[in-house]
Design a protein around this ligand. Structure first.
Ligand code: NAP
Length: 255
């Protein structure tokens, strides 16, 4: 039985990971970390197995992670829209005070990794974003937050921590059913720069959540970092058979 802490548990991918892990009650004991009790009640009706607090506060993380074997990091800074854009104008974004990518995606993740190390955690699965090799990627301009740069720095911090890691850098996230698409694995944003057959570099959140669960189950996922996108879904709507061991074998250690 592995005890797993999922942070960012109220996020759109985090909640899918919690739900998927709960489908294996003999394999996983799941605890969540969230900052908003009402959101947890809204999603699961109960706050059982939840800790509450901000990832900027190390003591909250230390309490939640105590006795765990693995940590799944699904926290992220979230840009806010500035007012209502004029008709035809592009929306402008900002990050709330204290919620910038530097504070959340770098220092907030660093806090989690440090707490994991002190608690003797065996494996950290970190969900990040593709585009971190591109300083000029438009996402870095959002709210002037350089979000992809800070996320990549945190990935390097995890690798340097010496804890077993799996880094899953997703393409654009879609709210679509999982299991319907072939998944592709790459490195160094190659799938972003040259997606095969001109496909959109995107992937359903449900498929990312499945990858997180498999990473916790499959030894070949340890000490690997990968970019991942998906092909469009099968036309007949049937599930696609994926060999997850082979998928993790396709990638390597290091950023
Ligand atoms: P999301 O819905 O934006 O969830 C972010 C989570 O982080 C929420 O649960 C949020 O809590 C939590 N959080 C933020 N600041 C926190 C703090 N200070 N303390 C505690 N918790 C905090 O996530 P998502 O869209 O599913 O994305 C998952 C990951 O994939 C993120 O790293 C994201 O950057 C990355 N990604 C996104 C895209 C995309 O297209 N959007 C593409 C590739 C990769 P609250 O619920 O309380 O706000």
């Amino acid at each position: 039985m592995k005890k797993v802490l999922v942070t960012g548990a109220t996020g759109r991918t985090g909640l899918l990971v919690v739900n998927k892990l709960r489908q294996y009650p003999r394999e996983f004991k799941v605890v969540g970390l969230a900052r908003n009790e009402d959101k947890v009640k809204e999603i699961w009706a109960s706050t059982d197995d939840f800790y509450f607090g901000n990832i900027k506060d190390k003591t909250t993380i230390e309490k939640a992670i105590s006795g765990c074997d693995a940590l799944v990091i699904l926290t992220s800074a979230v840009p806010q829209i500035k007012g209502t854009p004029a008709p035809g104008a592009r929306p402008e974004f900002y990050f709330a005070d204290g919620e910038s990518p530097e504070e959340i995606d770098y220092y907030g993740q660093k806090n989690q990794i440090d707490a994991a190390k002190s608690a003797g955690i065996n494996h950290v699965v970190l969900v990040g974003s593709m585009g971190g090799t591109e300083e000029t990627n438009p996402l870095n301009r959002v709210g002037n937050g350089k979000i992809l740069i800070w996320k990549r720095k945190a990935e390097q911090y995890l690798i340097d921590s010496g804890i077993n890691y799996t880094i899953i850098r997703a393409g654009g996230l879609l709210n679509e059913p999982g299991g319907k698409r072939e998944l592709l694995v790459g490195k160094n944003d190659e799938l972003l720069k040259n997606p095969p057959d001109g496909i959109r570099p995107s992937i359903p959140r449900a498929d990312v959540a499945e990858l997180v669960v498999r990473a916790l189950q499959i030894d070949e996922a340890k000490n690997k970092a990968m970019d991942t996108i998906s092909r469009p879904p099968s036309e007949n709507g049937e599930n696609v058979k994926i060999d997850f061991v082979k998928l993790f074998e396709q990638t390597t250690a290091g950023l």
